[in-house]
Ligand binder design. Structure first.
Ligand code: FPP
Length: 273
């Protein structure tokens, strides 16, 4: 948190936002559905490529800010198992962009002590992409700061299927205990705490097959802002909104009372608060 304050100029809007954040109640893990690159480009009469390139700037800003805040993990939805339906040229261009990102950003990730990790069906990616990802993961594997998970060729349902398959294969024909802990331990995100906050840009109210298992109790934050326009300030605003939430995890609220809506208490015969 201090690293962020040190990086901000006094009086700047982002500084005011950062100072309003309670450092004791930061989300440990933020997940982001980065949506709206295409619309951003279209509104400017540009090619979708321009939108994805501009989206890279937001990726950089968000990673840097999460690292400065001292968060444990950031998971970015970069390419879904359904994204193969896009025109071949766009898909190829996304791979080129990803490879360029890794080449250019590795020194900076090392400097910021960031660990890069990829989740998804990586074996189905073009071989050079898989190779570069493995290389970047190996190089950053001993970094101890923020862990950035890039979800690539990722699908939440596919992940659960892969986890169950791995569990069954491990059992080698003998009976196997399948419980929540066993499934969690076989997901791509094994060992990484579930996201506390899920952000989606560009206004769509859906989770699009992202981290289906892990977001069971995540707080959702949807903004109309298109991904290339998403700034450090927008991230800080999302965190401030998150800090206003009363996370109950299916239990009682922070004040110890059951979450009963006063409007219904009379009909249910429950005394109003
Ligand atoms: C969604 O916008 C964005 C993507 C499918 C790809 C996200 C990629 C980047 C931000 C750049 C590369 C990222 C990394 C991590 C190196 P969209 O194309 O679905 O936008 P639209 O809904 O407006 O068409």
């Amino acid at each position: 948190m201090q690293a962020l304050l040190d990086a901000l100029k006094p009086g700047q809007e982002d500084e005011t936002l950062a100072r309003a954040i309670d450092p004791r109640r930061l989300p440990a893990h933020i997940a982001i559905i980065m949506d709206g690159n295409g619309r951003w480009a279209k509104r400017r009469g540009q090619l979708r490529l321009a939108g994805h390139k501009a989206g890279m700037r937001s990726v950089r800003a968000v990673i840097e800010t999460c690292a400065q805040l001292g968060l444990n993990a950031l998971t970015l939805y970069a390419f879904s198992v359904e994204n193969w339906k896009r025109p071949r040229t766009e898909v190829e261009m996304l791979w080129r962009l990803l490879r360029t990102y890794m080449r250019l950003e590795l020194p900076e990730l090392m400097r910021q002590n960031i660990r890069l990790y990829a989740i998804g069906r990586l074996e189905a990616l073009p071989p050079q992409v898989t190779e570069d990802l493995k290389e970047a993961m190996a190089q950053t594997s001993t970094n101890t700061g923020l862990q950035v998970n890039l979800a690539i060729n990722y699908g939440g349902r596919a992940e659960i299927v892969d986890a169950v398959k791995a569990l069954v294969e491990e059992s080698r024909g003998s009976t196997v205990e399948i419980d929540e802990a066993a499934i969690s331990a076989h997901l791509y995100t094994a060992g990484i705490p579930d996201p506390d906050l899920l952000i989606r840009t560009s206004g769509e109210m859906r989770v699009s097959n992202f981290l289906l298992w892990q977001i069971a109790y995540a707080e959702l934050y949807v903004t109309e802002t298109l991904w290339p326009d998403f700034t450090r300030g927008d991230l800080l605003r999302a965190i401030l909104d998150y800090q206003k939430r009363d996370r109950r995890f299916g239990g009682l609220g922070a004040n110890g009372r059951p979450p009963v809506d006063d409007r219904f208490s009379e009909t249910l015969g429950i005394p109003a608060r």
